[in-house]
Design a protein around this ligand. Sequence first.
Ligand code: SF4
Length: 313
Amino acid sequence: MAGGLGQRVGGEGLPADETRVFWRGVTLLEEHEIAPTYELYLSGCPLHCPFCAVPGASRSVRAGERLEPEALVEDLEDDRHPPFRALAFVGGEPTLHLPWIRQVVPLLRAQRPELLLVLNTALCWERGLAPELGSLFDWVVGTVRVHQPACAQALGSPAGHPAQARAAAEALLDAGARVILRLLALPGHLDCCAAPLAEWIGGLGGDLRARVMLNYAPLGEARALPGLDRSLSEDAAAGAALLLPSWVARPALRPLFPIPERLPHHRDPPVSIDIDAGGRVVASMVTGTILPWLAEGDPSLRPRLAYLEPHAR
Ligand code: SF4
């Protein structure tokens, strides 16, 4: 499946009527520039990361359900959703679904012009796509994690993926796209991959924000893989946090999530809720589920929902 999907990325993509959505809803798990975010998870990914949080859906383009563009626009109006200011196409790898996305984006621009449109991609496509992606989306969020071809292969990706991802990001920036790069620091790959990637990011120009993600969690197959079966140690995380050169712009603010503490049962920590002087409902901790839960519990709170982050780095 991975090879077959890979051949279609950067080409014409899957026919629009084959696109499937396997999850959608509002989350705060994104950078503050684009949060809260209505996320649309599209099935299928040409990569095969052993730590993938959604292996079932990333390895099958048939996972999930059809969603007509008009039905999506209608769902966005559903007042059971908490407020959101961006809509992100997530995956899987959403560029597999460009034909469907090309139908959806004009509708969204017409019906919801205030929404920021975001592409969240593993940058596994040819650089020639960058000008179109840069014009379709207000933000492109790209994740990089490996630098060495051998490391890519060891992690289930083609040997050429690291170079392809760097070329794709550079082409997006050359095309004038607003880009957030996430450098996922993987245990055992700090010297060989994270450090040279951070140096590469330091040399990029354009409208870029970047950050190092320290919250790697061993999910799926990674739980059984030596080296990948644990989170970053405290020392490794402290070192990785310093990798990005100081001149690289960071996302404005971002929540910190105690992902390792949520494993293996994914129980959200207790959350304190308050109402501030401005009358806003404030949650002192954010999780992917807290806003929908609040909005459902008392719909009158929905327009006032806000949140504080427990730490800022
Ligand atoms: S790129 Fe993302 S969606 Fe694709 S396999 Fe890797 S973790 Fe899963």
